[in-house]
Design a binder for this molecule. Structure first.
Ligand code: CA
Length: 229
């Protein structure tokens, strides 16, 4: 298992440092955003497993960002923990109403923060362990196995990630650049053509099971995954 990625959106550097130290020691990986714009950019990288969201940011409010992320199909299922200096009951409720999964009031102890993160991850992992089924294809997020009917498909890590992305984002066209962002990460130095190479490999893996047609080339636009032919 790779380490879980936590994105912290927080304008105060000392808090980011403290949280970073705590999370790395607890076995997590952390990426940082110092404001709302930066946070929106960072979501183009491999999606984080949990987002820690400060309430008061210099550009966009944390609440507004939570609303945006919960509206977007790609980021909707990422648990968000609000970090807030406010402790009024009303604000807590407002935070949860917008879709934040939990909140923690500053100052918080490292131990409490780690416990809250583990708690939201446990909730999500129940979903991840579930098997995603599209047609004959079964993808097991817990064991990273893919089956077509009763046959197990030997799949490489990149093709697995690509297939999982497709299976969880059906009937929507993604450009090569979007696939690169979401599957490889924006910081990956790969060309658009790399996407074609891996799509081709994935189709070859699926072909003996007659599932290759689920990956459709949309001329001039990119690729779409669909069980409807
Ligand atoms: Ca702040």
């Amino acid at each position: 298992m790779t380490a879980k990625q936590i994105l912290i959106v927080e304008d105060e550097a000392p808090i980011r440092e403290m949280v970073g130290f705590t999370l790395r020691r607890a076995g997590f990986e952390m990426t940082e955003a110092a404001n709302g714009k930066d946070a929106q950019m960072r979501l183009g990288e491999p999606l984080p497993d949990v987002i820690l969201m400060d309430w008061m940011l210099p550009d966009i409010s944390g609440i507004e960002l939570v609303r945006q992320f919960k509206r977007d199909e790609l980021t909707r299922n990422i648990p968000i923990i609000m970090l807030t200096a406010r402790s009024e009951e009303d604000d807590k409720i407002r935070g949860l109403d917008t879709g934040a999964d939990d909140y923690i009031t500053k100052p918080f102890s490292p131990k409490e923060l780690v416990a809250r993160i583990r708690a939201v991850l446990r909730r999500v992992n129940h979903v991840e362990d579930d098997i995603i089924v599209v047609g004959d294809l079964h993808l097991n997020g817990g064991s990273h196995r893919v089956q077509a009917g009763d046959h197990e498909i030997q799949i490489g890590p990149t093709e697995y990630k690509l297939l999982k992305f497709f299976m969880t984002h059906q009937d929507r066209v993604f450009s090569r650049a979007q696939l690169l962002d979401h599957v490889w990460g924006r910081n990956a130095y790969v060309e658009d053509r790399t996407v074609d190479v891996h799509v081709l490999r994935l189709r070859q893996l699926l072909k003996p099971h007659r599932c290759d047609k689920m990956i459709q080339t949309v001329r001039g636009a990119g690729y779409r995954f669909s069980a409807k032919h």
